[in-house]
Design a protein around this ligand. Sequence first.
Ligand code: ZN
Ligand code: ZN
Length: 334
Amino acid sequence: MTWKACELHSHTFHSDGKQSLLELAKGAKALGFDCVALTDHNTMTGLAGKERIEEETGMSIISGMEWTTFYGHMVTIGLTEFVDWRLAGLGDIHQGIAEVHAHGGIAGMAHPFRIGSPMCTGCFWEFNIEDWNDIDYIEVWSGTFPSIKTNNARAFRLWTEKLNEGFRIAATSGRDWHTQEQTDEPVSVTYLNIDETEGSQTSRAVRALAAGRASVTMGPLVTLELRTASAVYGIGDCVPKQERSGSYEAFVTIDFQARAGLWHYPEAGYTLVLTGNHGQMSEQQVRLDESVYRIEISGEELMWVRAELKGTVRGVRTTIAFTNAIYAATSEGE
Ligand SMILES: [Zn+2]
Ligand SMILES: [Zn+2]
């Protein structure tokens, strides 16, 4: 498995973007991405010429679509064909997600708390979700320099609440990238841990995200493992009930070379935090010459744990990176 830098939310002039797929792929390449998902609003026509552009730029292009309605935007990747949901009503979300799944895709809530009408039609999430098991991922960081935005803070809290309720939902960032205009704000990356042995680039990315093998960052790549006497569990994995332990060794790796040269933050003042269903579990200083951290954590009633890297960006103390969760089963057969 390999961690690949992905941008999971973008548009071309086939919807409201101001760029072609080729310009998008070149721009993503320049920012150190390995793959980019095209998620135009309610159309997949922008994917025409995908193979040629992949060959020309060396970027993997993941097929996707942003299902855009008056009641919310749902970002999807992996659809094999266009599905029309434009007329979906407030109570129809589960039917729509079932169609996404039937067409090989997975579905996430896009920018759920971004201000809606009249600023951005349907941007604020209003669909009734009756079963959160249907939601594959939540785009908790939207836009550039996402960690400081209050709408993203709400989305991040929503994700944490759902994890606490026992749902296994992945979390991503998405730039909602519309144009090649330069920005000097930090750009966020969703790293996916990709199994390269079978399937298309799109299906590999879908499998990785569906399994929660994701780590989000504006800088270094942070990964997490839980070790017991007999096994190692990675991001997205679940420790089965019979393997549960009174304590775990958590191993966090921080790769400061990830997309080296494309981000710069003050070297001092990084802290590493482990968070789980009991709240903050540990906190420690990070040294730039130390890339692996071993932290003993209690397994007592543990449901999930993630790693977070804090630091100073543009003079603001903020989260720079966070991993998706590792889970611990609370009932048999999980
Ligand atoms: Zn949107
Ligand atoms: Zn969008």
